[in-house]
Write a protein that binds this ligand. Structure first.
Ligand code: NDP
Ligand code: 8X3
Length: 249
């Protein structure tokens, strides 16, 4: 029986995907920093599938190493890695931004994804089987004011996905990059640390929902082995381009 590893499963896309995959009876390794939430989710989903939960910070190399060693019995069975954990911190102009916000985004979205990928892919290479699904963003294709560093991290996710695909050429391992636009999760609350500001982001539009992305990932994973969906860009209908949004009045 193979295992799917989802980082950032305590909320948003990661949680929606975990719920859907558990219903399919798929054995899951779920991660996130908020241990209490993770335990509750493990209890909920264990009714449908075998669930392993590990609470750690993907941006800490040491914490990822500890996770890799604590779960090493399971890792040879991991056939799907969903690198979903990520965040934006602040939306300030580059010349006014808090440098700690940059460090958090780079360490989580880029270095965290790399630590996880470096830890898991060697097992996939050994079995010549696997699928890495990175959660990039429309912000990894187009930029906007106040998004310089967040966009840079998601451009990096696209670059890493492309180059990893080349590194794995000749194996049966696939790499996909999912690039959503506006999507209502805890993302904006984390970014602005202010519920009123977070609510304003989605005012007058129907944004993408976590289930929309989870269903897309399920579709990507269920293509036959000779098909690799390399990238998917998804926007809500009310968002024609990264900064072109139609709001109902
Ligand atoms: P949420 O904030 O709802 O979920 C983010 C998840 O990532 C949480 O489970 C959080 O868990 C986890 N996470 C964040 N930082 C860390 C860390 N350092 N270590 C471990 N886990 C971490 O947001 P989304 O579901 O929207 O975000 C998921 C991904 O989708 C992110 O990569 C985001 O950049 C991307 N994305 C989001 C879009 C949006 O508009 N919402 C659009 C395009 C892409 P915990 O806090 O428990 O650690
Ligand atoms: C999140 C999408 O447009 O808020 O990745 O940067 S956006």
């Amino acid at each position: 029986m193979s295992i799917t590893l989802i980082t950032g499963a305590t909320s948003g896309i990661g949680l929606a995907l975990a719920r859907k995959m558990a219903l399919q009876g798929i054995e899951l390794i779920l991660t996130g920093r908020r241990g209490e939430r993770l335990d509750k989710i493990k209890n909920e989903l264990s009714k449908s599938a075998k669930i392993h939960a590990y609470s750690f910070d993907v941006s800490s190399r040491k914490a990822v190493e500890n996770f890799l060693s604590a779960s090493k019995e399971l890792l040879p069975k991991v056939s799907v890695l969903v690198n979903n954990a990520g965040l934006a911190s602040g939306a300030d102009k580059l010349h006014e931004a808090n440098i700690d916000d940059w460090e958090t985004m780079i360490d989580t979205n880029v270095k965290g994804l790399l630590y996880m990928t470096r830890g898991i892919v060697p097992y996939m290479v050994k079995t010549n089987n696997g699928h890495i699904v990175n959660i990039g963003s429309a912000a990894g294709r187009w930029t906007y004011g106040g998004g310089s560093v967040y966009c840079a991290t998601k451009f990096a996710v696209r670059a890493i996905s492309e180059a990893l695909r080349v590194d794995l050429l000749g194996t049966n391992i696939r790499v996909s990059n999912i690039e959503p636009g506006m999507l209502e999760t805890e993302f904006s609350l984390v970014r602005f640390r202010d519920p009123a500001k977070a609510k304003k982001v989605y005012e007058g539009i129907t944004p993408l929902q976590p289930d929309d992305i989870a269903e897309t990932i399920q579709w990507v994973l269920s293509r036959p082995p000779h098909v690799n969906i390399q990238e998917i860009v998804m926007f809500p209908t009310a968002q024609a381009a990264i900064s072109n949004i139609h709001r109902r009045t």
